[in-house]
Design a binder for this molecule. Structure first.
Ligand SMILES: NC(=O)c1ccc[n+]([C@@H]2O[C@H](COP(=O)([O-])OP(=O)(O)OC[C@H]3O[C@@H](n4cnc5c(N)ncnc54)[C@H](OP(=O)(O)O)[C@@H]3O)[C@@H](O)[C@H]2O)c1
Length: 309
């Protein structure tokens, strides 16, 4: 069956989708728009309405979805959510049949993913890890970066589905490689925000003009796609969330847990995680994680009130 698209090989069956949150809804909509028949399930049933309106079938439970689909994709919050929709009673593996493909695109720990892999193997299910890098905007545009690992032939057969959701696709290895790379990238993004917070507070104290300082940093050797992407948010100090501090704290926990389990020292991540906790405790948990910059200003006795803006 290698080489043949997973959907061609399963004519008459649908692609199952679990998890219609901020990311899952536009991603599943892109599968529909690409012509794939889709069946959706969401814990809160009301969230299935938007996709039903676009032609998706709705399943009343995860096992019902599993019975009707050749491929099932999940996009849920975290480890607890993935465990609930897969390993727990009433989860996917209760009804999965041999040969089914299961793709999880959530950001979860390598450890839970290994447990899902073991359950998949016991059931004869082909399991692909495919976490994404991007945002709700890139999810809607179908331009996510998809980091995939798992059986290579399964990845090849699922390409038409992945290409409906992502623009850059990377196959990284046969096991948990994609999980590690996803937490590594997010950890680096979080540490970048922490570093920038200290840098901008110091620059502001030194008399630099806020917008000019951000522009010059962006055009310097330390400029990066991430900083370019956040420049407008920083300049306007508008921290409406693209990715919240609370979500980033969760991803730091995944990275630090992976570091602990593998004896990789991660002192920078550990310190940054403490400050993400302070963001949550001081009411900034639902702001973008780059609001870290505003917290550092405040700690330095600066900030919009005392600034030259
Ligand atoms: N947002 C981003 O910019 C972004 C970017 C890259 C990656 N990610 C990752 O993508 C994943 C989804 O993010 P999101 O922004 O779409 O989150 P979200 O809007 O909070 O949606 C979470 C989804 O998970 C479901 N869920 C949560 N707990 C559950 C449980 N115990 N059992 C069953 N379903 C459960 C929710 O169902 P209900 O509707 O019933 O609550 C909802 O469908 C996360 O792992 C996130 O880290 C997000």
């Amino acid at each position: 069956m290698s080489g043949e698209s997973v959907m061609n090989a399963a004519s008459g069956k649908r692609v199952g989708w679990i998890g219609l949150g901020k990311m899952g809804t536009p991603m599943a909509a892109n599968l529909l728009a690409a012509g794939h028949p889709v069946m959706v399930y969401n814990r809160s049933a009301a969230r299935t309405e938007a996709l039903a309106g676009k032609g998706a079938a709705v399943a009343p439970s995860v096992p019902a979805l599993a019975r009707d689909c050749a491929v099932v994709i999940s996009m849920v919050s975290d480890d607890l959510a993935l465990q609930s929709v897969t390993l727990d009673a009433g989860g996917l593996f209760e009804a999965a049949s041999p040969g089914m493909v299961f793709i999880d695109m959530s950001t979860v720990s390598p450890i839970l993913s290994e447990r899902v892999a073991a359950a998949a193997q016991a059931k004869g299910v082909h399991y692909l890890r495919a976490p994404v890098s991007g945002s709700t905007t890139t999810a809607a545009a179908g331009t996510l970066t998809i980091l995939a690992s798992g059986p290579k032939d399964t990845y090849d057969r699922c390409l038409p589905l992945l290409q409906a959701m992502g623009k850059k696709l990377y196959y990284l290895g046969p096991a948990e490689q994609a999980r590690y790379l996803k937490v590594v990238i997010n950890m680096m993004a979080g540490v970048t925000a922490a570093m920038l917070g200290e840098a901008l507070a110091l620059g502001e104290r030194g008399g630099l003009e806020w917008a000019q300082m951000i522009e010059v940093i962006n055009n310097s050797v330390v400029g990066s796609p991430l900083l370019a992407y956040k420049a407008d948010m920083l300049t306007k100090r508008n921290f409406a969330p693209m990715f919240t501090a609370a979500q980033m704290a969760k991803d730091f926990d995944l990275a630090l847990e992976a570091g602990r389990n593998t004896n990789v020292p991660m002192p920078l991540a550990a310190v940054s995680r403490q400050f993400l906790g302070a963001m949550i405790a001081s009411g900034r948990g639902e702001l973008d994680f780059f609001a870290y910059v505003a917290m550092l200003e405040e700690l330095a006795g600066l900030g919009p009130a005392g600034s030259q803006e």
